[in-house]
Design a protein around this ligand. Structure first.
Ligand SMILES: Cc1ncc(COP(=O)(O)O)c(C=O)c1O
Length: 486
């Protein structure tokens, strides 16, 4: 007759599951020891008896017992059979009910994630992004050639080992040369730390700058994942006003008088989400305040290459490198999935960042970094930039036309001087509410207007990317949006 433990075991072993039966027996025995249902020194059924009870081959049970003995969970008591090792402690506390571990739920304290994920979840329907590139435009052959070349060279040189947390020297050099010649930053490779994209750069900068009790100033409309990163590092978030010329400096100054401000986060080239450029006089005033109050300006230049109204503006890091932590990225120019970004900052800041990288992920992806360096050095990246800039310029004009055709005067927007998105305003918040409530039903997904707000009275709008959609796709999406208003 089967003993109660055998019965409970037989209920948990199922040959139809993908794990081998002997592994299931091992797991069940260890779980029962861990939970206190099998105590130290107790005897297990003989392999013959258990095999018969489970309806499996005896060899399967022998194999499981042998492994458990070798691992120290069971011990062989000669002719008397197999017992739970007497070296194991009896469990403290109560015996866990059977099946409780199978739920897989955490039994420890942890900080839960937010109610809504920061990124739009994958799902059905058309995704209207916040300004992503069109990944279909990047020639896959270029990418595979760059990876192949990098893999060959690195393997020959035994270069795919643990390396410098600041990133591959080849890419740091290429990025420094590009920033110097194209954006006026007075940098060398020593001023560059390669990161896993702008978001990673923001989190690293937050870790470097924020001490308990510090505040970070952000605009009343801004990039939610950056705010979340500052908050996660313990910062007090202080929202300030924003107008057509960018961040309001009177508010910044007032906030600096009331708080110990570690950083001001801005996207001066193309303000996120409104797309406006920060005026030169405000840039100078912000840098003045940075000197006066000793905070760092985090300049997130996430889509620098795409400026349509004029030549791209020089980053603030070009003229005040000691007061700015400059974050750039290849996500918009190449592909978000490559996860290549960079920080330009004074050497001692780069060294401190390298330490944080060592704590977070040790180093970047050397293979991808070398492939990216190859694309920069061969001129392919610049060629690609020229090509897509032209395509996106066309899509920007076409998107504005489609907006006019479909939504007419029900939407207000200004042609974005740069970046890959439009900022759409509606006649009233009720209209916006109607659009947002009906979007899922109409097969549309986009970031909520409230996700940009750092205070509830900030004006609401939708940020809709135009670059990843061709004209037909844009028309289809905006038609669907219009139907929500009819
Ligand atoms: C303002 C801003 N900052 C940072 C990022 C993150 O980009 P990355 O892919 O480089 O992490 C984005 C992405 O859309 C962005 O819009």
């Amino acid at each position: 007759m089967l003993r109660p433990w055998q019965i409970s075991l037989s209920q948990r072993i199922d040959a139809a599951r993908s794990e081998p039966v002997y592994m299931q027996i091992i797991q069940a025995v260890i779980r029962d020891i861990e939970s206190g249902r099998l105590t130290s020194g107790s005897y297990l059924p003989s392999s013959r008896e258990l095999a018969a009870g489970l309806g499996v081959n005896r060899k399967t049970v022998v194999l499981a017992y042998e492994d458990l003995i070798a691992q120290g969970w069971l011990s062989s008591a000669g002719t008397r059979g197999t017992m739970v090792s007497t070296a194991l402690p009896d469990p403290a506390g109560t015996v866990a009910p059977e099946g409780s571990e199978a739920s897989g739920q955490a039994e420890y304290r942890f900080i839960p994630g937010p109610e809504h994920p920061l990124a739009l979840p994958e799902g059905r329907g058309v995704k209207l992004d916040e300004g992503a590139p069109d990944g279909r435009l990047f020639p896959v052959e270029l990418l595979s050639r760059a990876y192949r070349g990098a893999a060959q060279r690195l393997t020959r040189a035994n270069g795919l080992q643990y390396r410098d947390p600041r990133g591959a020297p080849a890419l740091r050099k290429s990025v420094a040369a590009m920033l110097k010649s194209q954006r006026g930053l007075p940098v060398t490779a020593d001023n560059i730390c390669i990161t896993r994209g702008s978001q990673n750069s923001i989190f690293l900068a937050a870790s470097l700058l924020i001490r308990p009790g510090d505040a970070v100033i952000v605009e009343e409309l801004t990039y939610e994942p950056a705010v979340a990163a500052f908050a996660a590092r313990g910062a007090k978030i202080v929202p300030v006003g924003l107008d057509h010329d960018g961040i309001c400096l009177e508010d910044v100054e007032a906030a600096c008088r009331r708080n110990r401000v570690a950083a001001v986060f801005v996207t001066p080239h193309h303000q996120f989400p409104t797309t406006v450029a920060l005026r030169p006089e405000r840039r100078l005033r912000l840098l003045d305040l940075a000197r006066q109050f000793g905070f760092a300006v985090i300049e997130d230049d996430y889509d620098h290459e795409f400026h349509f109204a004029s030549q791209p503006l020089l980053p603030m890091a070009a003229y005040a490198p000691g007061r700015v932590i400059y974050a750039g990225s290849l996500s918009k120019l190449l592909l978000p999935a490559l996860r290549i970004g960079y920080i330009a900052a004074p050497v001692e800041v780069i060294e401190a960042l390298a330490h944080i990288v060592s704590l977070v992920d040790g180093m970047g992806n050397t293979l991808t970094e070398h492939a990216a360096a190859e694309l920069i050095d061969s001129g392919e990246l610049s060629r690609h930039a020229r090509k897509v800039r032209q395509i996106y310029a066309g899509r920007r004009t076409a998107f504005a036309q489609v907006l006019d055709d479909t939504l007419g005067d029900r939407v207000k927007y200004e042609m974005p001087p740069g970046g890959l998105a439009f900022w759409l305003r509606f006649a009233s918040d009720e209209i916006l509410d109607r659009i947002e409530a009906g979007a899922a039903g109409a097969g549309l997904r986009f970031a909520s207007s409230r996700s940009f707000q750092t205070r509830a009275d900030a004006p609401r709008g939708l940020r809709i990317g135009f670059a990843s959609l061709d004209e037909r796709e844009a028309r289809g999406a905006l038609e669907a949006l219009r139907q929500l208003l009819d």
